[in-house]
Design a protein around this ligand. Structure first.
Ligand SMILES: Cc1cc2nc3c(=O)[nH]c(=O)nc-3n(C[C@H](O)[C@H](O)[C@H](O)COP(=O)(O)OP(=O)(O)OC[C@H]3O[C@@H](n4cnc5c(N)ncnc54)[C@H](O)[C@@H]3O)c2cc1C
Length: 380
């Protein structure tokens, strides 16, 4: 069986692996290996596709902000479709829970209070009397995840990189200064650098390589598509319940995507929606919006995977030469991906990231070694 020799192996062709591989391929030979028949089959293909600067821990926000210019003006020829379109976010506090709006307002300067009447002018389906306060966040947007993801994969190919689908890592060993990865079917890949971008499976991949896992927790999140007719939601803002009990956004002009914002810890697998979560999404949405749901058109679930402190884990595993973690993207992996991939490539090359404000502090604070790593964690 052939052994493919490269400079860098990236495991996982979701948005994290695709972006990292595309950036790394600018100056090295890269092999991207993916277990499934299609890249993006897992979490990347199951997101809500929003870009929200105020969302997530501070390090995530830094990468979200640093990604903005890429979405607005990607490199020439990167994607055929526009990667973003404006979509403000309207946060709604339930009647009887005005404190929720005050807490959201106190959290930062990005929300501004508007009258409930103004909110109803934007979203006429808001039930009279159901909402006590409304907050608007401007400058947020919808993302075209498929165009972004395919753009990174095409960039990887143009730069001479390769992608192997149906190639799940089965054995990972460090031998003579290089990582060797044997995949389903028996093919082998060999490179001095291995990037672990396996999403919910990143701890499993580390374990295959005999490296201590980080304690990642995949959490199920559900999306539901409904027909809100006779309402026409195309120009509505995205909607967020102030305590994040549910959120929603227009989908394909005439439909509404809603989510109960569930975060159920679960093992890494091809996760499916739970009927109860679907019912909760509909019920919570209906407490605020006057929308009759005759049937759910589609429901899905995906795994948002978190480190123990909820922030990212990017960096070399201590004591394991050439093993680079690119994990813990949680609910922000799409909106951070352009800057995240670039940062990963810089870190691996040992380059400064001058384009990223306060990058030295950021790199230090997202290092995987912060999770109480024993000084010698690897045996081979
Ligand atoms: C309902 C929902 C809404 C979301 N909304 C947003 C949003 O609005 N904005 C945002 O930025 N983010 C959002 N997210 C989060 C975002 O989708 C994720 O952060 C992102 O997709 C994670 O990408 P990833 O590449 O790390 O994981 P994945 O896309 O899961 O990719 C990991 C890949 O690794 C492969 N793999 C695993 N093990 C192996 C192995 N051993 N060998 C080879 N390949 C392997 C898997 O097959 C998979 O393709 C949402 C997520 C969900 C579920």
């Amino acid at each position: 069986m052939d052994t493919h020799l490269t400079d860098c192996i990236v495991i996982g062709a979701g948005i994290a692996g695709a972006s990292a591989a595309a950036h790394l391929a600018a100056d090295r030979r890269v092999a991207l290996i993916e277990a499934e028949e299609a890249a993006g089959y897992h979490t990347t293909g199951r997101s809500a596709a929003l870009w929200i600067l105020s969302y997530g821990p501070l390090d995530v926000r830094a990468l979200t902000g640093a990604s903005r210019s890429f979405f607005e003006s990607p490199p020439e020829g990167f994607a055929e479709a526009k990667l973003w379109s404006p979509r403000n976010i309207l946060t709604l506090a339930a009647t009887g829970d005005a404190a929720a709006a005050q807490e959201a307002l106190a959290a930062g300067p990005w929300l501004k209070e508007i009258s409930v009447a103004a909110a109803r002018a934007m979203v006429p389906a808001i039930r009279p009397g159901a909402v006590s306060a409304a907050l608007l966040e401007e400058g947020t947007f919808d993302l075209d995840v498929a165009a972004l993801h395919q753009g990174f994969l095409a960039q990887l190919r143009r730069r001479g990189g390769t992608m192997a689908l149906r190639s799940r890592s089965m054995r990972i060993e460090r031998q003579n200064g290089a990582w060797e990865v044997e995949v389903t079917g028996g093919a082998r890949f060999r490179a001095p650098i291995l990037v672990n971008a396996a999403g919910a499976w990143a701890d499993e991949v580390a374990t295959q390589a005999n490296i201590r896992p980080l304690g990642l927790v995949p959490k199920r999140r559900t999306g539901v598509i409904i027909d809100p007719a006779p309402w026409q939601p195309a120009d509505w803002p995205a909607l967020m319940e102030a305590r994040e009990g549910w959120y929603g956004k227009p989908e394909a002009r005439t439909r509404l995507m809603i989510s109960p914002a569930d975060e159920t810890p679960i093992h890494a697998h091809d996760v499916q929606p739970d009927e109860l979560d679907v019912a909760i999404a509909v019920d919570r949405m209906q407490q605020m919006l006057d929308i009759e749901v005759k049937r759910v058109e589609r429901a899905w679930a995906g795994l948002r995977t978190f480190t123990p402190d909820g922030s990212l884990a990017f960096g070399f595993a201590p004591g394991a030469e050439g093993f680079f973690w690119c994990a813990g993207q949680g609910g922000y992996g799409i909106q951070t991906s352009p800057a995240a991939g670039r940062l990963v490539a810089d870190m691996i090359a040992g380059r400064d990231s001058d384009w990223l404000p306060d990058s030295a502090r950021l790199v230090d604070s997202i290092r995987p070694g912060r999770f109480a790593w024993p000084s010698r964690s690897i045996r081979w």
